[in-house]
Design a protein around this ligand. Structure first.
Ligand code: HEM
Length: 570
């Protein structure tokens, strides 16, 4: 009963207090009213404006002293996101002398642009990329988080030029400098003597495996897939021996899936949305880890052959690299597998689409095809039906092949090259980028600059046209003879980055792509079976934008027929 009584009392009190509020509202003072209105206005207009301004309108200013202009980027970003390549090529933002500063909340990053600025910047030896390699290997190849700490130590050392960063007793942990030196030895030093001939042989055999059984026309659904498989198989068999691929028959297919969608993996797409992709990445990692553990436990030094190879590791490269990584504190086989798969990605992700573009351009231009065949045939050694053999050193010096290689990378490589400034910041010809700050160099603007690429004999060839003549100079003494030349293009042709972190695989890349062009066009006549590929209107996919060579936007079905080269004393 008591509770029944208390309820009406409470409701009377409530209505009373509401009545008081209503009374006080009607008697509100004008000042309070104005203040309330300002508050409402502020929350309705200013806050959303501030949020949209900060979130959606990243700001850009040039850090040049005499020119300091804020440009709201909304329009440019809308335009840019719909056609990023054209945006980077044409937007005024990227054609000024001073570096750009992009601000988003408190986050700042810089873009260094202009040929002279880029040249100067690359000369600076204190710039590091270890942060990017660490994060990339962590996100894409699942390098354990705790191992990232070692990357940060490497990064500090990289920018301060200390010979060892972990203390004199711990040189073993200095995997950054030791790894780089080891890679350079494989790709540009002594290691090439044992890598190159074997790679050349594998590539010749893998290209020849496309022959039709009856010597007639053989159709294939996609040129890039076919070249991917030939190059990836050659690279992996040479570097890892035959076991990796024979025990893991789906590896090449999985690896191509990872290549094509690497940006999605980097962005961290969830497994439930992309089960095929994440599964492919996991299988590749598992295969590498299993092979690394198997080779480590079965290898015996007595099994090393005269040429440095052995039946477990194949080439000496991963044998030595794994031994070096096992010494690093905390590195498990999972870490080593992440590092090793990252290296395989570096070696195959860019050359494969580049080889596709080069072969496609040659096969659709009869005059270029004639010139390339002439050069390649001049380098042909006595060959067997199963595989052609070229004098590779001579082939790599041929002017048209070199020009096709350089022009293919100019047109198809669209990289965003990252760097981090050291303790003292960086002076880019008068503009200061502060300490420990990220900045980027984009290759697209450089590769598409008409002031560099459309002058002299190239004046009638717009930057988006494939025209190898940009890299050929007519010899003064003998008219009609051309030499390859890239002089005057430093800072403008940057497919391999530059400075102390310039791609160490650039010589091998040239070998892979040139070898692929020579083998394919010497061995086969080729016809494209899709309208776009045949008419030269094939587009580029932006799936790998920022990471290097772009892929074609669609499959390119084709047919090939073995040429009658065997009756010409080959
Ligand atoms: C068309 C082929 C290739 C292109 C376009 C390419 C492009 C690049 C670029 C832009 C960089 C960053 C350079 C910089 O930061 O200044 C790089 C780094 C690297 N590339 Fe390549 N690359 C190619 C082929 C290769 C090959 C065949 C290998 C062999 C394994 C390789 C191994 C590496 C490695 C290990 C690095 C890291 C170097 C460092 O940070 O010190 N690349 N590549």
């Amino acid at each position: 009963m008591a509770s029944l009584h208390s309820q009406p009392t409470a409701s009377i009190q409530v209505s009373k207090s509401l009545g008081e509020e209503a009374a006080s509202f009607t008697s509100i003072s004008p000042i309070r009213l104005v203040l309330t209105a300002i508050g409402v206005l502020f929350s309705c207009l200013v806050v959303p404006f501030w949020i949209s301004h900060t979130l959606l309108w990243p700001r850009i200013n040039y850090i040049e002293k005499e020119y300091h202009k804020l440009v709201p980027l909304t329009w440019d970003i809308l335009r840019g996101s719909s056609d990023i390549l054209n945006f980077l090529k044409t937007s005024n933002l990227f054609h000024r002398r001073a570096p750009l500063l992009a601000t988003w909340f408190n986050y700042k990053c810089y873009f260094v642009q202009g040929t002279a600025n880029i040249r100067t910047t690359f000369q600076n030896k204190s710039l590091s990329t270890f942060f990017f390699q660490g994060i990339f290997t962590h996100r894409v190849f699942l390098l354990p988080k705790e191992d990232l700490a070692l990357f940060w130590i490497e990064e500090d050392a990289d920018s301060s030029h200390q010979p060892t960063k972990h203390g004199a007793q711990e040189v073993r942990n200095d995997f950054g400098a030791r790894g780089t030196q080891h890679i350079e030895n494989l790709l540009a030093g002594e290691g090439t003597k044992r890598f190159n001939p074997r790679f050349d042989e594998h590539l010749a055999t893998n290209v020849a495996s496309l022959d039709s059984p009856d010597d007639g026309w053989e159709e294939y659904p996609d040129l890039k897939t076919v070249l991917d498989i030939a190059i990836n198989r050659s690279f992996i068999d040479t570097l890892c021996g035959p076991r990796l691929l024979s025990v893991n028959p789906t590896f090449l297919e999985d690896w191509r899936c990872v290549h094509d969608n690497i940006t999605l993996i980097f962005l961290g797409v969830p497994r439930f949305l992309f089960p095929r992709l994440i599964g492919a990445r996991d299988r590749c990692l598992h295969a590498i880890q299993e092979w690394t553990e198997w080779a480590t436990s079965n290898f015996h030094p007595d099994s090393i052959a005269e040429d440095g190879s052995d039946p477990y590791w194949g080439h000496e490269f991963f044998r030595e690299r794994t031994a070096m990584y096992i010494e690093v504190d905390k590195f498990s086989f999972k870490s080593i597998a992440a590092h090793n798969l990252g290296l395989l990605w570096g070696g195959t992700a860019n050359p494969t689409p580049a080889a596709f573009w080069a072969v496609w351009e040659i096969c659709r231009d009869p005059e270029l095809l004639r010139l390339v065949r002439e050069e390649a045939t001049d380098c042909l050694l006595p060959s067997s039906r199963d595989a052609l053999k070229f004098d590779m050193e001579k082939l790599l010096r041929k002017p048209v092949l070199q020009a096709v290689f350089a022009e293919t990378l100019r047109l198809r490589v669209h990289g965003i090259i990252p760097r981090k400034t050291p303790q003292e910041g960086v002076n880019v010809r008068g503009s200061i980028i502060p300490k420990h700050t990220l900045f980027f160099i984009n290759s697209t603007t450089q590769h598409m600059d008409p002031n560099v690429w459309c002058t002299g004999t190239a004046k009638d060839h717009p930057p988006e046209e494939f025209w190898p003549g940009r890299f050929l100079l007519e010899e003064k003494t003998s008219k009609g003879n051309f030499v390859y030349s890239i002089s005057g293009k430093s800072g403008a042709w940057v497919p391999f980055g530059g400075g102390s972190h310039m791609c160490p695989g650039r010589f091998l890349a040239r070998r892979i792509i040139t070898g692929c062009m020579a083998h394919f066009v010497t061995r086969y006549d080729c016809e494209f079976l899709s309208e776009k590929a045949a008419s030269g209107t094939l587009g580029m996919s932006l799936k790998t934008f920022g990471l290097g060579t772009l892929h074609p936007s669609e499959k390119v079905p084709f047919r090939i027929k073995v040429r009658d080269i065997w009756n010409n004393n080959v």
